[in-house]
Design a protein around this ligand. Structure first.
Ligand SMILES: [Zn+2]
Length: 300
C-alpha cells in the first residue's frame, strides 16, 4: 500500500535529484582552460604601441576586504596577494595595497584604485571616490564590490549603476560582447563561456553606462528564487560596463564576474579586467596585455 502510494512520486524525485546535481555541477566545476591558439590570436589583434612612446608611471592601489564566502569564492585577500606581484611585473608600475580601506595619504598618489571586497559605500567612502575622480583618477570594482548598502542613487552616480543585494545566479554563463570594437573588448570572441555569477537588477540610469558585455538571464529564476518562479522572462543583464561620471574627469570600469577564483586565471577575463584597469587610468588599454597569460595553463 505504501509502495503504491510512493511509486508515482519516483519520477518527480528523480527529476529533482538531476536538477540538484545539475545545478551543483554547473556552479562548482572549473571551466576547461582556454585554447592557446585562440588566446594568442586575440592578443595579436591588439594595436602595438609606438616603440618610442615612453610609458607613464602608474600607481595602482589594490583594495581588498575580509573573506565572506567558502574556498575559491570571493577570495579578496588571495586576489590582493596574487595581483600585487602580477601587476608589479608591468613596466613603470607601482602597486600598493589597502585592507579594508585606503589610508588618507594612499589616495593622494594613486592613479587607479581597484576594489575587490564587500563594503557599505557610505557617504565618507563615496566622498573619497569623488575626490579621486575629480582629479581624473580611475576606479575599478570587481564582483561584490558593486554591492551597496545605502543611498544607491549616490553610489550609482560614482559607478554608473548600483546593486542592492538582489538577484544572482551561479553557473555557466554565455557572455555576449555588446561593443566588440571597444578597446577593452577588441579581438575577443563575440560570445565566451564562463562559469561565474551575474547579478541583477541594477539601480540607476542605464544611459549613464556603456555596457561591454551581457548575459541572458531568466530574471525570475535566479539562485535567490525571488518573485514569480513560474515566470520564465529572459532579459539581458550587464556583466561588464564603463562609466564616465559627468561631474568629474574620472573613468570607471565595473566587472560583475569575479565570484570564483578560477575566473581570475581565465585569460579572457584577465584581458577584460587588465584593459578595463588601464582604460580607467586614462592609459593605453593594451599596456598590461602581456599579463593576461602570465602563469596560466592553456589548452591545446
Ligand atoms: Zn559572488
Amino acid at each position: 500500500m505504501k509502495l503504491r502510494f510512493l511509486l508515482p512520486l519516483l519520477p518527480l524525485a528523480a527529476v529533482l535529484m538531476v536538477q540538484m546535481v545539475g545545478s551543483h555541477t554547473s556552479a562548482s566545476e572549473a571551466p576547461p582552460p582556454r585554447k592557446r591558439s585562440e588566446v594568442e590570436s586575440v592578443l595579436k589583434r591588439a594595436p602595438k604601441p609606438a616603440a618610442e612612446t615612453p610609458l607613464r608611471p602608474l600607481h595602482i592601489l589594490l583594495v581588498a576586504g575580509p573573506k565572506d564566502h567558502g574556498p575559491g569564492e570571493h577570495d579578496y585577500p588571495g586576489w590582493q596577494k596574487q595581483w600585487a606581484p602580477l601587476l608589479a611585473k608591468a613596466d613603470r608600475v607601482k602597486v600598493s595595497t589597502a585592507f579594508p580601506w585606503p589610508q588618507p595619504e594612499q589616495w593622494e598618489s594613486a592613479d587607479l584604485v581597484v576594489f575587490y571586497l564587500k563594503t557599505k559605500w557610505d557617504a565618507a567612502q563615496l566622498a573619497d571616490i569623488k575626490k579621486l575622480q575629480d582629479r581624473g583618477g580611475g576606479v575599478v570594482t570587481i564582483h561584490w564590490a558593486i554591492g551597496c548598502d545605502q543611498d544607491w542613487q549616490s553610489h550609482a552616480q560614482r559607478f554608473g549603476l548600483s546593486y542592492k543585494a538582489a538577484s544572482y545566479r551561479h553557473g555557466a554563463v554565455a557572455l555576449k560582447l555588446t561593443d566588440p570594437s571597444h578597446p577593452i573588448a577588441l579581438g575577443l570572441p563575440p560570445t565566451m563561456a564562463f562559469v561565474d555569477e551575474p547579478y541583477w537588477p541594477f539601480i540607476g540610469d542605464p544611459s549613464k553606462v556603456h555596457v561591454l558585455g551581457t548575459s541572458e538571464e531568466q530574471i525570475h529564476r535566479g539562485d535567490d528564487r525571488r518573485a514569480n518562479p513560474g515566470d520564465d522572462t529572459v532579459q539581458s543583464v550587464p556583466v561588464f560596463w564603463t562609466a564616465e561620471p559627468a561631474d568629474t574627469k574620472g573613468r570607471v570600469f565595473v566587472t560583475i564576474f569575479g565570484h570564483y577564483t578560477w575566473t581570475f586565471n581565465d585569460p579572457y577575463f584577465r584581458l577584460l579586467l587588465l584593459r578595463g584597469m588601464a582604460w580607467a587610468a586614462h592609459d593605453n588599454p593594451y599596456r598590461f596585455d602581456q599579463l593576461a597569460t602570465e602563469a596560466i595553463p592553456l589548452g591545446d
